[in-house]
Design a binder for this molecule. Sequence first.
Ligand SMILES: [Zn+2]
Length: 347
Amino acid sequence: MDIKVSENYLAQAVKLHRENPVVDAHLDLAGEVLLRKKAGEGQIIRNHYLQNFRTAGIRLVVSSVFVETGNLEQGWQNALDQIAALKQDLEGMEEVVLIESREDLKRLLRGDGIGILLYMEGLDCIDGDIDRIGELFRLGVRGASLTWSRPCALATGCCKAAEHRQIPGPLTQAGKRAVKKLEELSMFVDVSHLNDEGFDDLCRVAEKSFIATHSGSRRIFDSFRNLTDDQMQILSGQGGIMGMNGCQCIAGSLLGNHLEMLCRHIEYETERVGAEHVGYGFDLCDSYDQARAILRGEPHVSRNDCLSDHSQVPLVSAALLQRGMDGDDVKRIMGGNFLEYFRRALP
Ligand SMILES: [Zn+2]
C-alpha cells in the first residue's frame, strides 16, 4: 500500500508548484527524442512532455545525452545525433528553450518558459580525448558524469540499478584531466553512476561543487546507485545536491509503495544534511523505454517508474507536506536548490 494523499495536501502542493519553479534534474530526453524521430515522430517534446511539465510547474529539465551500450561503437556520432535531434525538436517552440548560461536561466525565470539543460550521462563517447569536451561545450552541453554504469576510459560506473555488485576501478588519469576540463569550462560534474572508488578519487581532484542528479540514499535502499551516508555528507559539505531518483529499482519501491519510498529517502537526507542539499531528479524512463520498444517493433514495455509521468510530480510534494515537512523545505527540494546551484555553476 502506498501513501494516500489527501485533497487538502494535494491542493497545497499544486499551489506551491504553480507559484514556485520546479526542476527535474534528470531525464533522458535527448535520447528519447532521437528514438522517436527515427520512429517517424515529430514535435516530440510538445506531444509527449509539454502539458505534463506545465501541470507540474516544471521550469527546468536537465536532459541527459545518454549513449546506450549497444551504440558505443558509434558513440560520438550517436551523442551528436541526440543533441541535433533535441535542438531540431525545439525549433519553432517558443515555450521550451535550451539553457546555456546564467543569463539564459535568469531570462527564463523572468518569463514562463521551460528550460532544457543538456549534459552528458557518461563521457564514454569522447574515447579519452579531452578536447572533445570543448566540442560538447560549443554544442551547448553544460555538464557531465564521467561514466554511466560501466567502465570507460575515464572512470568506472557502479553497476546497473538492478544488479548488486560493484564494479571496481579508480578515476583514470584521463578521468582526472576530464574533471579539470569540465570545471575550467564551468560544466557541472554529476556523480550519480560513479562507483565508490571513483567518488573518493573525484573528491580529491574536484575544486568546484559537484552534484548527484539522480540517486537516492543507500541507507534507505541498499543499491550501489544510491549514496552512502559518508558520500552524502561529503556531497552536501561541498555544496552539492542529491536529485531523488524515481525509478522503482533505485528508490526501492518494488512493493508498490512509490510515494512512501520517495519520501523516506528525501526525509532521511533532509534530516541529516539539510533540505538545501536535496532535490528532484526523477529519471522517469518509461516513455524512453516505450520509444525504444516502438522503434524495435516490440509490443510490451513494463513500468519501472514511481510516477506515471511528470504531471504526478506535485503528488510527491503533497506527500512530503502531509508527512509533516515544512513548506519552505518542500519549495527548496522541488526546485529552489537546483536553480541556486545552476545559477552558480553555469558560465
Ligand atoms: Zn542514469
